[in-house]
Design a protein around this ligand. Structure first.
Ligand code: G6P
Length: 360
């Protein structure tokens, strides 16, 4: 069945491997018989009537929301705020006149997110849940649902749900833009197909990732992830994956923030994972790498094809610049997986964590 590990030693590895297939499944699921992308009319109307989209989520889903903000703003022209659900509950920002609330939740059961949904419904604002679980609480209680089609996710550390969330948000933003009369200038279905192949190439490079985990993480106490723009969003997710399952203290942050504090922590051999997939800021991130190397850091540079330089650790196959998170996160998932294995950690069931947290 779908939820058996089969020949895999861990659900997490199985779920990482499923990502190219999930990507293709999503493209199919959101296409009609004529091959045209389709999103429920009510959702498109709600999106195009809203003067602001409020994305509410926790954990990995929050990190997917940060990427989603870029899509709805850059592709669909809708202003977006992304909020951590536990904070939003008691620290609600001033709302716009016609807000739309989007809850991103793999399980559809996270209590922190649900308490916001309950409050928002009382205020009478429209709500949409993006979830992997049909019939889940947040799906039933929201006005609309977008399904992830990622199949059951068992490992506590989320992998395929994150990429599925990002893919569904990209598709939705593209369809909303078209509906609003300002279609994007690229074929999202074609570009996601290219992404699926790139993701496949990455999951096929396990030996390389295992080696990186060994070289950079086998004895370290801490690790840092840096990036700018979309790479910043992925840096935070990479750090979360690593801390969740390997217990290495990890932090993801914006390249430009290094000098404002974190650089004080750089010592001889401190691993720094730097993402370089965004052309507009590639010089800046290269500059950040030089700054940390000058202080003894051990840099693992992951660059997109066409932006690579000599000495880079890993080159990602080229994809559309807005879709790079779908590819750049894969090596970070695998590197975390192998780091946890090398340290004899319980990959699928890390200490102190639950798959879905149903208490506030
Ligand atoms: C838990 C899990 C995380 C997950 C978060 C949000 O903390 O351990 O992996 O990202 O909940 O879960 P959700 O189901 O709402 O996406």
């Amino acid at each position: 069945s779908d939820i058996e590990k089969g020949m895999y030693p861990h659900y997490m590895l199985k779920e990482i491997d499923e990502q190219p297939a999930v990507m293709r499944k999503i493209i199919q699921a959101y296409q009609n018989e004529q091959g045209k992308l389709e999103i429920e009319e009510g959702i498109l109307t709600a999106l195009n009537n809203a003067d602001r989209l409020y994305i509410i989520a926790a954990g990995t889903s929050y990190h997917a929301g940060l990427v989603g903000k870029e899509y709805f703003e850059k592709i669909a022209g809708i202003p977006v705020e992304v909020h951590i659900s536990s904070e939003f509950g008691y620290n609600m920002p001033l709302l716009s006149e016609k807000p739309l609330f989007m809850f991103i939740t793999q399980s559809g059961e996270t209590a922190d997110s649900r308490q916001v949904l309950v409050k928002i419904k009382k205020l009478g604002h429209p709500t949409l849940t993006v979830t992997n679980v049909k019939g889940s609480t947040l799906s039933r209680e929201a006005d609309y649902t977008l399904l992830l089609h990622a199949g059951p996710e068992i490992a506590v550390a989320s992998t395929k749900a994150y990429t599925a969330q990002i893919a569904v948000l990209a598709l939705t933003a593209a369809v909303a833009a078209e509906k609003a009369g300002h279609p994007i200038d690229f074929d999202i279905v074609q570009e996601l197909g290219i992404v699926a192949n790139a993701v496949q190439a990455m999951v096929d490079s396990k030996e390389e990732m295992e080696k990186i985990a060994r070289d950079f993480l086998s004895t370290t106490r801490n690790a840092f992830f840096i990036g700018r723009n979309l790479d910043f969003c992925v840096s935070m997710e990479g750090a979360l994956k690593l801390k969740e399952i390997s217990y290495i203290q990890a932090e993801g942050f914006a390249g430009g923030e290094l000098k404002h504090g974190t650089i004080a922590l750089i010592e001889d051999g401190t691993p720094i994972f730097a993402l370089a997939t965004q052309k507009a800021v590639s010089l800046n991130i290269r500059g950040n790498v030089k700054e940390v190397v000058a202080r003894g850091a051990n840099p693992c540079i992951i660059a997109m094809e066409g932006m690579e330089e000599e000495g880079d650790t890993l080159v990602l196959p080229k994809v559309h610049p807005l879709l790079t998170p779908l590819v750049s996160v894969i090596p970070l998932q695998l590197i975390s997986y192998y780091a946890a294995l090398h340290r004899d950690c319980d990959v699928d069931k890390p200490r102190n964590l639950a798959k879905s947290v149903t208490v506030e």
